[in-house]
Each structure stands twice: as structure tokens, then as C-alpha cells.
Design a binder for this molecule. Structure first.
Ligand SMILES: Cc1cc2nc3c(=O)[nH]c(=O)nc-3n(C[C@H](O)[C@H](O)[C@H](O)COP(=O)(O)OP(=O)(O)OC[C@H]3O[C@@H](n4cnc5c(N)ncnc54)[C@H](O)[C@@H]3O)c2cc1C
Length: 424
């Protein structure tokens, strides 16, 4: 059986690795990048705490010892369901079984002005661009430092979206203001700098318990972040953030972490597209109305008794789904159809970090809400274990230890390309 997997994120890579060296199956992994991205640490790349290579892992290295797995760097353009083909910018691939694991992208909810002016962080490249923008921002602020009115919008940074990404970013920026930034830019009045975290619902970390939401808010406020719940952004033109309640915030830098939408390749019927641009699948990950097309991870929408509105779009769900599908494929190939089992997600807990010694962890069984330094160490330990590659783990660990003792992020580099159309 020839299986084509589109996307080597948490779901796709897990599936491919589980099918590696199995008999009677040939696996083709297609990804638009040649590396796997560890998204949970994007915010540390953006805030100069980690190098992009520390959280990226080349697919070819990950797949070296798998003799039935083939990889191509290919941007998938379209799926031809009738002829069982995947059309890419790097050729056409036939399949017997297709697995779509293309993840999700930033959702600006159709607001083009917002999309043009606000900064997303949904890929390694975007995290690096954000780092460049942050450095460019402070360098530009220096040019207007004598003019209080012109400087004011530079001193406000707005993070939109109070999920883990927004919480982690605003916490780190607040710590930088008191540490590395103050040392790098002594000419700027950084004591006047304000970091806003805007959340549309009535609490931060909507996927976690109320105890953890409240703790995270308290931690952020302790670091000096202005947290505004029930606050919806309607527009941003590069200088002014407009809010639905009629208020406005003058700011030159807005980071958008307020929504995602599934990356569905062309060729998938609109009838099977659910809320959030996710593909509706049955309990065995099969796209509704198809015979041999499956979807996993952020792009998939599955209703189960425990999750009637679909699963949370997190790494653990993607990995668990891939494990389940890999087992089912093995049973299918071995004609042991009676062993194929429906998927159900067992929540092992969730966590978010805010800053030094400040994190929140929810454990469902036994029901625990952990905060403070213990949660922070748990968060660090788990993320270290999950990063792909021993070298990456060591480098991340060294970076964290260095930052812990020096209060410094060492990677404040702005790679300017003077030949490119846009340099910042
Ligand atoms: C900033 C950030 C922080 C996060 N923090 C956490 C966290 O702390 N804990 C947690 O559990 N989850 C976290 N998540 C969510 C988690 O990363 C996702 O749930 C997870 O990555 C989903 O896995 P996936 O395999 O479905 O998709 P992804 O991991 O997004 O992988 C999708 C892959 O598909 C490829 N692809 C996409 N379109 C195409 C195409 N047309 N052609 C070819 N290839 C394509 C991409 O290059 C990518 O490699 C975070 C996400 C972000 C963005």
C-alpha cells in the first residue's frame, strides 16, 4: 500500500515514524519545509531566547533509518480525489491512501488591514521575522526619542489573544523590558513602556481551568502586563489599535495570536469543512464521504462523546491521533479489521508558562492545579523531553541555564537583507 502523508508536523511525523520499516507499506512524506518545527517554543525564537535551528529538525535526518519512507520538499497545491493524486509544486504523487496533516495557519478573520499590519507567529520563519521586527522597532524608536508624541506608540506593545502563545509572549516581553532591553536601550524611557494582552473572552487560557487562568493573569500583572479580558480588536492600521468597545491604543507593534484556521488543500469538498476550516472525519480519522483519505491533528475535526465539539488543537491530540491511525493501518494491512479501534483522546493535562518561576499546569487525574516555580520546572522538563534531537535538547538547555543566571537573551540579531524589497 502506498501512503502519502501531507505535512510533517506533530501528527504527520509521528504517523510516518510509526509506519517506518513495516512490511507491505510504502510511505511518502510531503512537506513544504525540509524540517519539522517545534511550535511551542516559537515565542522564544521571536524574543531572541533560542536560535531557530534549536527548535527545527531536518526530516531527512529524522527518516534516515527508515527504508520504506521517502521524503520530498513539496508544497501541496491540490488533491485530485477521482484519480488519487496529489499535485504539488514538485511533481504529482499517486496514492492508495492519503493522510492530510497540514496543521493550521493564523486566522485574521478576513480583516485584510489587520493582516497586513499585525504580526503572526505560526511558523519558524514568522517567529524569526517577529524577532527582526521587534529589534527594528526599538531601533526606530531611538530615531524619535526626543519627540514624546512620536515615541508614545513605540512604547506600547499589543499582544492579541490570551491563549498560551499570547500569555507566553507577553510575559517574556515584560521580563525583557526590565532586563535585557533596559540594558540595550538606556536612551529610551522603557519605564513608560506598556505591554497589553487583549483577550476577547472573559478569561485567559480558555482551554485550562479557571484556577490556572486566574493565576496566569495574576502572574502577568505582577510582571507589569496590562491584561484586558472581554476586549475585541476590530482593526489595526500600523499605528492605532481599534477596539470594539470604542477605545483605541496607540501602538506600532501588534502581535496577533488570536485565532487559527485549518490548512485545507484544494480538492477537499466544502461539505466536509467544519467550523475553524477543519476537515470533518469519522472516529477512525477518515474524511467523511471518502474511502481512502484521512486527516489528523489541527486540520481534522472529529466529534466524540468526550469531545462533542471537536478536540483541542494541541500537539498531544495530534500525536495521539497519529498513534491510533498507525495502529489501525497495521491492522488494515494485516486484514485484522476487527481490531481497528475508534479514537478517543485521553487528556493528560495542559500547561503554560508566564515567566521565571511562573507557570501553570492542570493535571486531570488526580485533579491538580499547579502554579509557580514547580509548574515552571515541570513545563521546562516536559518541553525539553519533547524537542526532537539530542543536540537541540542540549542547546536549548544551555540557553535556558545561561538566561537563568544572566537574565539575558543572547540572540538579539537582526539579519537585514539590503537586496530584498523589504528589509524589516
Ligand atoms: C506559537 C504556538 C505555540 C503552541 N504551543 C503549544 C503548546 O505549548 N502545547 C501544545 O500542545 N500545543 C501547542 N501549540 C499547538 C501545536 O503546535 C499544534 O496543535 C500542533 O503543531 C498540530 O500538529 P499538526 O501535525 O496537526 O500540524 P503542524 O505541527 O502545524 O504541522 C503541519 C505541517 O504541514 C506542513 N504543511 C502545511 N501546509 C502544507 C502544504 N500545502 N503542503 C505541504 N506541507 C504543508 C507544514 O509545513 C507543517 O510541517 C502551539 C502552536 C503555536 C503556533
Amino acid at each position: 500500500m502506498k501512503i502519502v502523508v501531507i505535512g510533517g508536523g506533530f501528527a504527520g511525523l509521528q504517523l510516518v515514524q510509526r509506519l517506518a520499516n513495516k512490511s507491505n507499506v510504502e510511505v511518502w512524506l510531503l512537506d513544504k519545509h525540509n524540517y519539522h518545527q517545534f511550535q511551542p517554543l516559537f515565542y522564544q525564537v521571536a524574543t531572541a531566547g533560542l536560535d531557530a535551528s534549536n527548535i527545527s529538525f531536518p526530516f531527512r535526518k529524522a527518516l534516515q533509518s527508515h527504508n520504506n519512507v521517502f521524503f520530498r520538499v513539496a508544497l501541496v497545491k491540490k488533491i485530485e480525489v477521482a484519480t488519487r493524486q496529489v499535485i504539488t509544486d514538485n511533481g504529482t504523487y499517486n496514492y492508495d491512501m492519503l493522510v492530510i496533516a497540514t496543521g493550521a495557519d493564523t486566522n485574521f478573520f478576513g480583516n485584510e488591514q489587520l493582516q497586513a499590519a499585525a504580526l503572526p507567529m505560526k511558523s519558524t520563519n514568522e517567529a524569526l521575522q517577529l524577532r527582526h521586527k521587534l529589534i527594528a522597532h526599538w531601533e526606530a524608536a531611538l530615531t524619535v526619542k526626543e519627540n514624546a508624541a512620536a515615541l508614545a506608540p513605540y512604547l506600547n506593545i499589543v499582544v492579541v489573544g490570551g491563549g498560551p502563545t499570547g500569555v507566553e509572549l507577553s510575559g517574556t516581553l515584560a521580563e525583557q523590558r526590565l532586563g535585557a532591553l533596559a540594558k540595550d536601550y538606556p536612551e529610551l524611557p522603557l519605564h513608560q513602556m506598556k505591554i497589553y494582552l487583549l483577550e476577547g473572552s472573559n478569561r485567559l487560557l480558555g482551554g485550562m481551568s479557571e484556577v490556572s487562568s486566574n493565576r496566569a493573569k495574576r502572574y502577568l500583572e505582577k510582571l507589569g502586563v496590562t491584561v484586558l479580558n472581554n476586549t475585541l480588536v476590530t482593526d489595526f492600521d500600523g499605528t492605532t489599535v481599534r477596539l470594539q468597545n470604542g477605545n483605541a491604543i496607540e501602538s506600532k507593534l501588534v502581535i496577533w495570536a488570536a485565532g487559527i484556521k485549518g490548512n485545507i488543500p484544494a480538492g477537499i469538498h466544502r461539505d466536509v469543512v467544519a467550523r475553524g476550516n477543519r476537515i470533518k472525519v469519522d472516529r477512525q480519522h477518515k474524511v467523511l464521504g471518502t474511502e481512502n483519505i484521512y486527516a489528523l491533528g489541527d486540520v481534522a475535526y472529529m466529534e466524540t462523546p468526550l469531545y462533542p465539539n471537536g478536540h483541542p488543537q494541541v500537539a498531544n491530540v495530534a500525536i495521539s491521533q497519529a498513534k491510533n491511525l498507525a495502529n489501525n493501518i497495521e491492522y488494515l494491512i494485516a486484514s485484522k479489521n476487527d481490531k481497528i479501534i475508534d479514537f478517543e483522546y485521553e487528556d493528560k493535562g495542559s500547561m503554560a508558562t508566564v515567566g521565571r518561576h511562573l507557570a501553570v499546569v492542570d493535571v486531570p487525574k488526580p485533579k491538580l492545579h499547579i502554579g509557580g516555580w514547580l509548574a515552571w520546572f515541570i513545563w521546562m522538563g516536559l518541553h525539553l523531553v519533547l524537542i526532537l534531537g539530542v543536540k537541540n535538547r542540549i542547546q536549548v538547555f544551555i540557553n535556558w541555564v545561561y538566561k537563568y543566571f544572566t537574565y539575558d537573551q543572547s540572540l538579539r540579531l537582526w539579519f537585514k537583507d539590503y537586496n530584498a524589497k523589504s528589509t524589516a
